[in-house]
Each structure stands twice: as structure tokens, then as C-alpha cells.
Design a protein around this ligand. Sequence first.
Ligand SMILES: [Mg+2]
Length: 381
Amino acid sequence: MSRLDDERIIGLRVWHLQLPVISARDHGIGRVDHTIDIGVLECQTTGGINGYGEASPWAVFTGSVEASLAALTRYMPPHILGRRLSERQSICRDASQAVAHCTEAKAALETALLDATGKALGVSVAELLGGAVRTHIALSCSLANPDFDADLELVKRLQDDQVNMVKLKTGFADHQFDIMRLETLRKHFPDLAIRVDYNQGLSPYGAEAKVLDVASFAPDFIEQPVASRHVDVMRRLRTLMPVPLLADETVFSLADMHRAAAEDICDGVSIKIMKSGGLSQAQQIAALAEATGMAAYGGDMFEAGIAHLAGTHMIAATPNITLGCEFYQAKYYLKEDILTSPFPIENGNVILPQGDGLGIDPDLDKVKHYAVQSWHMEHQS
Ligand SMILES: [Mg+2]
């Protein structure tokens, strides 16, 4: 019997948090204002280990927080409680099959099981996922404030922090606003690496000219200009564009990745554990992207520190995610994060924590402070 066979999951706690943010943000797909909604999961074992995971939904993108919380509190617990940590893959599979979609809840479950397993074995989540191939991940911060002057102040702060990469969110206002912002950024911050993300914000009619205008500013890549269903438009834009085209909303699952490659619609993909339904699936998507010659980027949703940590361990252990990450919210967007120590960012890089499991725990006082609802489920032996 291994240590993991001794550790059974005997309790689950779930919190629905509403975390205040510092500003509004506009994206092609929708707006965020005032607060973000997340779910936090705690898996308690017989040996007193607590593993943590985070579900970070966005209603217009992956799904609603209500659906994630229902998955975590109603549909998944019968497949988790009473089982051994050594059954991690079976638990995730059974719980995933118990409820359709809800990929953020599935990501939270795998994160919590990996965190608990790492703590039980004295290894990090990255080691459980194959071992780190990198410990530093270049950080990109997204610019999506409808008040562009506030975003310019943010860029100055980022440069003071040696963060030299931004992703400009486009397509939520008119085209001239996008061009004006690109001109301003190129003029005042000539060394800044710029990526562009439309979040599906363009209609196919007239998309070509707008995308080519934006491409003339030589961004590193342009992400998801049109809705995921417009496969033919994505393919045509890719052939016209002088810069790489990334898919985001088009690729949630491994099957989506396979289809995107077969349909030849992109040069790279934004990989998010909240889309794939977990860290292992994210690694598989990255591997398939690599096999088809595509690059991969470490995207995220509107997340707090636990999800950032999970993404950091996953990217650290996934060779093909070479385009950096966007785990900026904990430091640059939330009024307060929920970790016991700050999410680690140094000199423009996210740093892989060295401790067991995720390496940093949530501060439960903060979790309770921001909770608007909570649940506690126990194994009935
Ligand atoms: Mg995107």
C-alpha cells in the first residue's frame, strides 16, 4: 500500500466567491465589471491533508458559476467522497462523466486532487505532471479597459515591474479605437511586445480589412478574430495574415484541437485549464498542437491565485507552451487575491513555486470573507 492508498477523501468544502476588481474590462465577447465569480474547492483526506482547486467560469465564454457550483456540490461529490487519492484519474473521469460541460469545475477537481497528492508525497504538482521543463514563464498582461488612459497608466506600472508584454483586447468598440490604441502603444512604448485578441469580436463581413490593418502593427499574433463557428473565415484570414493566427474560443477540448488542425485554421492555440477541464487534458492538447506544428500560449479566464498556480504548474511541465502566460489578474486586476502569499511574479516572469502540491495555499480567512455561499459535504461510511 502506498501513502496514497491510505488517504481517502472524506470531506469536500466549496465556496462561491465574489472578488472585487479594480476596473471594468471590455472584450469582444462581453464585459466584466465590479466583481468576478469563482468557486473554490477543498478536498479533505483521512490523514488531514487539504487539497485546493479553483473553478473560474465566465458566463459568456465557458459557462456560468451556478453551473460550476452545481457540478461541485451536487453531481460530482458521489464520485469523489470515500475514494483514495491513488484513484485520481478514475475519480476525475467518473466525476467528469457525471455532468456535461462545467469544464471549470472539472479543472478545480483535478487541481485539488493533484494538490493533495503532491502534499501527501512531498512533491510539486509540476513533478506529478512529468516534471518542470521551465521555472520562469513570461507574463503578458491584457489591456481591456474602456478607459484607455487608465490602461496607459497600467502599462507604465507594468514596465516599472519589467513586464514587457501585453495583449490588447480589440473588437469591442469601433475599429478606429483599436488603431488609435495600437498607434499610441507603438509610439510611446516601442519595446513593448504586443499581442492582439478579438475574443470573436469581428463579424465576418469586413473582417479581412480590419485584421490586415491591425497586422500592419506587427503584433506577435492575432487571436480569435471571429466567432468559433466561422471556420472558413478563420482559414481565409490565416492565409492572408502576415502574422500568426491563434485560436482560443474555437478550441476547448482535445477533439477541438484535432479539428482545428485538420481544418487548418490557426498557427497556434491558447490553452486554458478552465476550457480543457483540467491540467492533464491541457497537456494533451499542447502535445497534439506540437505534433501538428502549432505553438501554444498559456491563457486563462478571470482567475484568482489558486487557478493561476494550477496553470503555472501545468505550463512548467508542458514543453510546447512556449508563448508565455497571462496570469496577471491576481496582481494587476483583483483588489485582493486569496493566497497566503502573493502569486509569484518577478522581473516580468511568473515563477514556479517550489513547495509541495501547488506550493501556496489559499488564505481561508480571505476565502470566507469573499464567500457569498458555502457547502460542506462529508463521506457517510
Ligand atoms: Mg482569447
